[in-house]
Ligand binder design. Structure first.
Ligand code: DAH
Length: 329
């Protein structure tokens, strides 16, 4: 029987099968344990001889089981090592990371900047009435400013695609009582010929402050600080050049002094025209305000050194990978 058991141990093919065998032989009710229990009924001499004999067999079987066990364990480990092996020489899978578009980045940065000094954000529709886009902004029909805007008309209605973000001034001021400070970033549309600096859709950002006692020095201080922050140049020179917009009086265009000593126009601004305030139900003898408007693409191109506006909308991931940003910060 001993030879038979040793053969069975040798033949067992798995750790659970081997353990079953161990219990069968050496367990509490195992065959060998049972044999040992019979010793009590024998004479002392017989017991000594038989006891020694059984213990030799027991040791041999235990040893055999231990050996077989470590063999099976090694085998299982080998199997795992070979099946879970990875080839670290294989090239890594490409992982495409999205980037933040420069237009989004500029809008995020500017809204964050003005948000810290109390500006809210307002929005308006792209399809806009002529009343909001022109009349209420003091640009009457047949006014030359209307013609200069190359407006897209919506067929079958009097609506247009807004040519500027300024109509958001009207919508916001009609719905909210001053004092108020807000920004309105968004898309605008003009039927310009497409070239390196013109596209039929682009982005503007409008800013408005209406409070009692606001004057031109508030406008200047705000915009000088903003431009120096935006272009990261604390000593940047700015020039407020007298200009004309129907909805502001006085009006100015702001130029910044650029690297080559040239002046570059970056935005339009002015004190909000009393007629515009009245058109929004605000008493101009009580509240005054200033407004400014800037082209987002233009600011982005100046700051980040692009010379063509068209790739902004082409969705070419190589361009975006180069000019895009990793995270909003
Ligand atoms: N709406 C003007 C444009 O599209 C830009 C502008 C100029 C906006 C002066 C303003 C402003 O709010 O005060 O050319």
């Amino acid at each position: 029987m001993q030879q038979e058991w040793l053969a069975k141990i040798q033949a067992s093919e798995s750790l659970p099968a081997l353990d079953e065998l161990r219990v069968h032989l050496l367990g509490k009710n195992g065959l060998i344990t049972q044999q040992l229990k019979t010793l009590g009924s024998l004479s002392p001499d017989e017991r000594k001889a038989k006891g020694a004999e059984i213990n030799v067999i027991k040791d041999q079987i235990s040893q055999e089981i231990e050996q077989k066990k470590s063999f099976l364990e090694d085998q299982a480990l080998e199997l795992r090592l070979s099946s879970e092996k990875i080839d670290i020489t294989l090239p890594a899978r490409p992982e495409n990371e999205g980037k933040i578009h420069p237009l989004s980045k500029v809008i995020q940065d500017i809204t964050k900047y003005f948000g810290r000094i109390g500006f809210q954000i307002f929005d308006g529709p792209h399809v806009e009435s002529q009343e909001h886009n022109f009349d209420a902004l003091n640009i009457p029909a047949h006014h030359p400013a209307r013609q200069s805007h190359d407006t897209f008309y919506v067929s079958g209605s009097d609506n247009i695609l807004r040519t500027q973000t300024s109509p958001v001034q009207i919508r916001t001021l009609r719905g909210h009582k001053p004092p108020i400070r807000f920004l309105a970033p968004g898309r605008v549309f003009r039927s310009d010929a497409l070239d390196a600096t013109h596209t039929p859709m682009f982005h503007q950002l409008e800013g408005v402050v209406i409070e009692e006692g606001i004057n031109f020095s508030h406008l200047k201080g705000t915009l000088i600080d903003f431009c120096r922050w935006f272009f990261d140049d604390a000593s940047m020179n700015l020039r407020f050049r007298p200009s004309f917009f129907p909805f502001t009086e006085p009006s100015a265009e702001v130029d910044i002094s650029w690297k080559n000593g040239k002046w570059l126009e970056v935005l339009g601004c002015g004190m909000i025209h009393p007629t515009v305030l009245q058109n929004c139900g605000i008493d101009p003898s009580q509240f005054q305000g200033f407004a400014f408007g800037m082209g987002i693409e233009r600011l982005a191109m100046l700051k980040y050194g692009m010379n063509d506006i068209r790739p902004f909308y082409e969705g070419d991931t190589r361009w975006l990978d180069h000019y895009g940003f990793r995270s909003a910060s």
